[in-house]
Design a protein around this ligand. Structure first.
Ligand SMILES: [Zn+2]
Length: 195
């Protein structure tokens, strides 16, 4: 039914964002990714993770895994952070329009995953986004050749967001939304086979 690469952002020395109460983004990303994998396996969707423990993985390795496996989709999982602690909500990033062949399928993937995430997490919608300038793109979105999106589940810099990201319940909800979105994406015949 498809093969999906799940990419838990950061790891090892690269901790990503840190909440005011010490919650580390790299740990949340990995935990949600492992839960996504469990949901996908139950749905009969093959998965590969770019890391399965707290280890450092280069961005190039993350990208090449999805190419080597000729994956049907690449989904990177992150938590957001800004200096303003009142900002919260979910946002999902896709590659920019410079590559129409890749942008279309990625936009579909990102949109569907994002919509399901909003529902299961009851999150504020910060929208589907892409960087106008190619040089500003997230590395994994710029170089991944298969349909790709990067999910910023919630803000670690928001006090309530950190509480939610720290809870099993919320992580399950986030994983369910992401997995359900991936499943729906794979059901669109046109995108199957690496779009
Ligand atoms: Zn991150």
């Amino acid at each position: 039914m498809g093969l999906v690469v799940i990419d838990p952002g950061h790891g090892g020395e690269e901790r990503g964002a840190t909440g005011a109460h010490g919650l580390l983004e790299k740990d949340v990303n990995l935990n949600i990714a492992l839960k996504v994998e469990q949901y996908l396996l139950r749905l009969g969707i093959e998965t590969a993770l770019t890391r399965t423990e707290d280890q450092q993985v280069s961005l190039a390795e993350r990208v090449s895994l999805s190419s080597d496996l000729e994956a049907d989709a690449f989904v990177s999982i992150h938590c957001n952070s800004v200096s303003d602690p009142t900002v919260h909500g979910a946002e999902t990033w896709v590659p920019n329009t410079a590559n129409p062949r890749r942008y279309g399928p990625s936009q579909a993937l990102g949109y569907i995953v994002h919509q399901h995430l909003l529902v299961t997490c009851n999150a504020r919608n910060r929208g589907l986004k892409y960087k106008e300038q190619e040089g500003e793109e997230f590395y994994v979105l710029r170089y991944t050749l298969v349909p790709a999106c990067l999910v910023e589940v919630e803000f670690l810099s928001h006090p309530e967001g950190e509480v939610r990201l720290g809870s099993e319940w919320f992580r399950e909800k986030a994983a369910l939304g992401i997995a359900e979105g991936i499943r729906r994406f794979l059901e669109i015949p046109a995108w199957k086979g690496g779009g």
